[in-house]
Design a protein. Sequence first.
Length: 438
Amino acid sequence: MRLVVVVSLLLTTAPAWAWRSREHRALGTEAYIAVCKRLEPLKDRDAATAQRFAIACNNLDVQALLYGQACNVSGDFAGSPGDMLTALGAGIVTKRSNYLLLALTNGAHFQPIATREWRHFHQLALSGALAAAKKQGAAQIAAFEEAFYDSAFGDHFLQDSFAAGHMGFNRHASSAAAAKSFHDEWNERGRMVRNRKGETWRTYGDNYLDRPENAAARAHVLVATTESVYGVVAAFVLGEYDPASDFAVWNEVAYTIEDAELLPTFETLFAGSQALAQPEMLPLLSVQRPAVKDGALGVWTAFAMRFDEPDHPTGALLIGGDLIIPRIGVRAELGGGVGFVGSMTEPAFAVDASLVRPLGLSWSGLLSHELDVGALLMIGGDVDATLRLAYRGNIEAGDWLLRLEVGPGLDLGDAEFGLFAGLGILRVMGAAGGGGFF
């Protein structure tokens, strides 16, 4: 596992965002300001309420900015609310390695888990706020600070749940690279969603928060964040819990989604469509098919060695890629390059072709397992062909795959068995899948 993480950190170029840092910060800041203004008319009902309001809302611009910054770092830079309260945690938050590790295993940021993560931390914040209201002096300030960061941590996941690329597929059943590609595609394209109030809008993600086409989505995520913050801050300032804000959040989040799957590239070439859209809105919880890798380009090596003649190996350096074959769920891979048979002084033209079938995933999709059935052809004075049945393991991070494969090979010319091995690095260019079960 340590090797997987280290290589993944080296390969990772960008994590899967829902909203960029400035967008999380803006939502949290605006929501906090709105909540304090909403509570201001109630602050003078008694001295204790006025004191609690002062703790929560005095120096409002600064306090709101702190809340927005906490929403920003939660989950992406900080692994827990406590990381924002201690010197040790502050050091962890600023480390890029910690940031990348959190980005590699980010399934909790995706629907439907994201709203459950919000609920968990929101409940912690509510309990902490109510307890803080009963304390005095420094103990009260410290207890509210804990509730403050619990709330901000949960609101990060609530905001993520509104991003188009964080819904419509099963993140936990998808490999890391497939999830990243699927996420990027839908964040840019946008998806139609509907909440429990029957309101329908198109939501986007990643740098779309303040674009005109995302105006409706921005309004919905801001309302949800504001109601979430209000529940916690009001519990502290007023000393009592009002469930109305929790129900307001529950009614605001996406409940149904326009069911759509990304079609394999092969299919779009002939169908002329980028997605297969269903006419109905399906419950978000039922849209749980995984995303799969579709389209990769890169370079790889292939080596074959006969058991009876180990000093006469075959090897090649190839460049190429693969695409999913529609409806049968396997990828067709083709590469060409230069190679040798026996001696590197006699180069040959190399062709590598195979069918690749997924076998499973490990460690949140950071490691994918595949079966590779293929042939390596060396074309020089003669044609030398080696068939193989190989296990392939891919370390996945961001858009990149580092793959290693090994298995038995068969030299067709002499019908002799041997060993096949390969190593490659590829970039995933697209994803397919997602959508509901039929």
